[in-house]
Design a protein around this ligand. Sequence first.
Ligand SMILES: Cc1ncc(COP(=O)(O)O)c(C=O)c1O
Length: 441
Amino acid sequence: MQEHNLKSEGLKAFEEYHQTVRSSFPFLERDGEGNPRVYLDSAAGTQVPKVSVEAMAKAYAESRAQPSDIGPSGRRTRDLIWRTRELLAKFLAAPSPDEISFHLSTTHSLLNLAIAFHPIVHKHHNVVVTDADHFANVSPWERILGERRGVEIRRLGVNDQGQVDLDQLRSLVDVNTRIVAVTYAANAVGTVMPIRQIAEITHRFRDDSGNGAYLVLDAVHHAFHGPIDVRQSQCDFLTISGYKLFGPVLGVLWVKKEHMERLDPYYVVPNPNSFEQGSWNNAVLAGMQGALGYLLNLGSHLAPFWSGELQEYRDPETRLFKIAMTAIEQYERELSAAVLRGFAKFPEDRFRMYGLKTVEDGMWLRDPTFCFEVLGKTGTEVQQLCWELGNIEVADGDVFSAMVRRHLRKLDLVSRASFAHYDDLRTVRALTSTLGKILAS
Ligand SMILES: Cc1ncc(COP(=O)(O)O)c(C=O)c1O
């Protein structure tokens, strides 16, 4: 697969366009009540652009609850649902909108998926989960398949850089492995997994009759940082969350079409083979469309600076998503480098960072998410001081991360600062100078 890049002028164009990017997000510098802030908690929920906020209000006014082929408001609802599915499929470079289902959240989509596996997971099978994951992609496998069905759960460890050990994965996956559940990027520390290698190991024992293991990718953390291509990644299932993709709370599950007939999702009669339950939340779908529209717009702006062929993305919107997300990825690498340069100046006996210390390390990449510990202070104290000294919002505690709970075991001690493409070097400096003050105190 060919490598794509923005030309160097493209990154410059992105930087020049950045004020427009920032002003697209009304609550970035001031929250809904007008309080000034530096929002460095995007991994807990990205900011929402104005187009998305407006689309939600419009949906309540203009579309009716249920889709219909008759009458304008029913047709609007029908089209809204279909178009959101279509846009999400294009965002993931998925073959068909029919492979996309909507859920209350990612936690809910993975629960639905775990239930759906019951016809093909039996007691002699095993499932691999990782210590790099958010518990949303650990608990359904441990609780639904492990505790309730008696399936063996195997745990893949992680190191302080957020890297899983591929040799250990090779030793865990055998003919009886049914599922390998892995995060695309560790939500605590931002380490991006080598997905293609993981997919190869997962599929070692797969055959045409459906034996062998399926790869379930939790792409929630990575989705707002870089392009995702379900075919290129060779996963079997992939999930993302709307509110970590500049939209409202929504779980999105991609299921490779050929796997549908082997699964048995919980459905409500008369809607068999559907992963979706109940009525759709039209306003949420409209907000998601608004967020994706924002990304398409960004892609259009940067398309003239594109140097790759993109032949494999014949669909124009799929191509624009790819351009926008690649530009975001390249831009965010600069932010990460600046954060790491700032952190490197802090005294080692007072400050400890977990996760990759470089932007790129062989096959490993990082998203701009930084987990750190100020020795002698709790994560909550650091969170409080970041707010008091710099109006900076960061996260503290375990952030539902198996890496923090099971590997680092530092529940109360760590904090997390997480960036998105609407941040800039000023927000990086705000963090490093505030942390500098905390360390000097
Ligand atoms: C990596 C990752 N996976 C899953 C989830 C759960 O997503 P949701 O809140 O949509 O259930 C989160 C949320 O923090 C996450 O960061």
